[in-house]
Design a protein around this ligand. Structure first.
Ligand code: HC1
Ligand code: SF4
Length: 571
């Protein structure tokens, strides 16, 4: 162990610990703009580029970056000596000298890490003025916007894309003042292998990377009497939205959120969790069919659009393994434009479907060609959890003091199985609860499948159904997905059923959630929140959802029927 002194307090840390992490043990927060951990602490962005975390080492008379220098025995560190503060201010002033001055109009206003550090350091004017970098904005993808004028070269996005997701879309090019984070040959994002997972957006400290803003399009529609505007909310949103309103991560605020959506003027407030139950009906049927015939195994889940995009771009020969089921977002949309109008007696052409998703790639998914019919899209507008919180703030609705409200029906009733879709392992656990009962004809008493829970990147288990072993894998992050796809490519895969989510930890850590820098503690709390939604439900198996049963009786006949195939599957 190593013993050192920081700001007069002694601390003991393991060998290899950085000064920055040693200080954290003493609850001393050294500011930084580039340092971060991702992927459950496995990946670290420690390039020492921003220099904001400098500290003074007594006796050596020099300033050192606390993120990249290891603590050593007997070290005496000062984190806020006059020299440190003066130099830190100069560093931030230099960063600001090549940064647009449009904070008030910036999408990150109030949530920008650079702005916060400048404020914390009391910077009121800048002594440095000179040339300013100017780059064209890349909004080619309609999902993610890149505005490199606002980039501070921290390289967090590069780490997210190349080390966690292993997609290698982003890279630093050129040197000195001309240095910039670029794509391959500086191509627009839409022409790269980008999956729109948005993990680069999730870790960007400034407004340089952000999701396309779509919520402005909702306001006039809510005011249009000829439109029947409905909204669905994804499983992971409800345990993270509170963070935007100073509530602890993981607290489930469904009832307040639904009340707020009704106040905003949506004619129907529905639950993606209901559609997740529908997905299980279709996907469990598909699995049992494929497993019985021994065809196209492993079956791989299809809910995550960044993952589907990844396979299509990088393993096009293996797309047959992906389930043909649409994701819950799209199943909801298809039902809201067919089944729902029939029940409500409205014209499907007047129905507008809005989705609130923890994800950036869902914006891309809704715009895929096959997601709709008769010139109508299944889902018209997708906004992130963050965009939703902005709508609420704009409206002045006092979210936390609203009277609780329930989702509307018939698309609002859900089971515990539908709710756990929001975390890694959830889709698999939900599918197994249903497949078990359908295959064995027995009641599953203990519905918890603990082996597929938790933040480990790849989880494996074997489930025996009617004497047959089913080998299961659950992976989150595209880096881990690649490992599984490479095994399949090499003919070495032993799996029959695989769940993949592109974001580490699943949708709870989606790129549209409140900014958290993928902090493991926050992700864990959101995960606990999701499992608590499940354990508090009286019905915890998708096939027992009464509204799902009704939808099949009234409209879809049975899972994988002709009409189900037309509306709930892709080809
Ligand atoms: Fe997800 Fe899904 S779980 S993909 O993470 O299958 O986005 O929350 O809505 O569609 O249900 C996201 C979350 C979400 C879908 C569901
Ligand atoms: Fe890479 Fe994902 Fe960002 Fe695309 S969205 S650049 S794949 S991290």
């Amino acid at each position: 162990m190593i013993n050192l002194t920081i700001d007069g307090e002694r601390v003991e840390v393991e060998k290899g610990t950085s000064i920055l992490d040693a200080a954290k043990k003493l609850n001393i927060n050294i500011p930084t703009l580039c340092h971060m951990y991702m992927n459950n602490g496995e990946v670290r962005n420690c390039k020492g580029t921003c220099r904001v975390c400098i500290v003074e080492q007594e006796g050596r008379g020099k300033l050192i970056p606390s993120c990249s220098v290891e603590a050593t025995d007997g070290m005496v560190i000062k984190t806020h000596s006059p020299r440190v503060i003066k130099t830190r201010r100069t560093i931030v002033e230099l960063l600001l000298s090549d940064h647009p001055n449009d904070c008030l109009q910036c999408e990150r206003n109030g949530q920008c890490e650079l702005q916060k550090i400048a404020e914390d350091l009391g910077i009121r004017k800048n002594r440095f003025q000179g040339e300013i970098s100017e780059y064209p904005i890349d909004d080619s993808s309609n999902v993610i916007v890149r505005e490199m004028d606002k980039c501070i070269l921290c390289r967090r996005c590069v780490t997210a894309c190349n080390e966690v997701q292993k997609i290698n879309v982003l890279t630093p090019v050129d040197r000195g003042f001309k240095s910039v984070i670029s794509t391959f040959f500086n191509k627009p994002l839409v022409e790269t292998n980008c999956t729109y997972c948005g993990q680069c957006v999730a870790v960007c400290p400034t407004g340089a990377l952000r999701e396309k803003r779509d919520y402005d399009r909702i306001w006039p529609l809510l005011d249009d009497k000829t439109k029947h505007v409905v909204v669905q909310v994804a499983p992971a949103v409800r345990v993270a939205l509170g963070e935007e309103f100073n509530i602890e991560a993981g607290i489930n605020i469904t009832a307040k959120m639904v009340a707020a959506l009704k106040k905003l003027g949506f004619k129907g407030v529905y639950d993606t969790n209901f559609a997740a139950d529908m997905t299980i009906m279709e996907e469990a049927t598909e699995f049992i069919e494929r497993f019985t015939k021994g065809e196209n195994l492993p079956l791989m889940t299809s809910c995550c659009p960044a993952w589907v995009n990844f396979v299509e771009k990088e393993y096009p020969e293996n797309t047959r393994f992906i389930s043909s089921c649409k994701s819950p977002q799209q199943i909801f949309g298809a039902m809201a434009k067919t089944y729902l109008p029939k029940k409500l007696g409205v014209d499907p052409k007047d129905v507008v479907v809005v989705s609130i998703m923890p994800c950036t790639a869902k914006k891309y998914e809704a715009n895929r060609e096959e997601m709709g019919r008769d010139g109508m899209k299944d889902v018209d507008i997708v906004i992130t959890t963050r965009e939703f919180s902005k709508m609420l703030k704009e409206s002045g609705i006092d979210l936390l003091n609203l009277k609780d409200a329930d989702f509307d029906n018939p698309l609002g009733e859900s089971t515990g199985a539908g709710s756990i879709f929001g975390t890694t392992g959830g889709v698999m656990e939900a599918a197994l609860r249903t497949a078990y009962e359908w295959v064995t004809g027995e009641t599953l008493e203990n519905v918890d499948v603990k082996d597929v829970r938790g933040l480990k990147g790849i989880k494996e288990t074997t489930v025996t159904l009617n004497g047959k072993d089913i080998n299961i894998a659950v992976a989150s992050s595209l880096g881990n997905a690649r490992k599984i796809m490479d095994e399949i490519k090499d003919g070495k895969s032993k799996y029959h059923f695989v769940e993949i989510m592109a974001c580490p930890g699943g949708c709870i850590n989606g790129a549209g959630q409140p900014y958290s820098k993928c902090d493991t503690e926050i992700v864990k709390k959101r995960m606990e929140g999701i499992y608590s939604v499940d354990s508090h439900k009286t019905i915890r198996k998708s096939h027992e959802n009464p509204m799902v049963k009704q939808a099949y009786q009234e409209f879809f006949e049975k899972p994988n029927s002709h009409v189900a195939h037309e509306l709930l599957h892709t080809k």
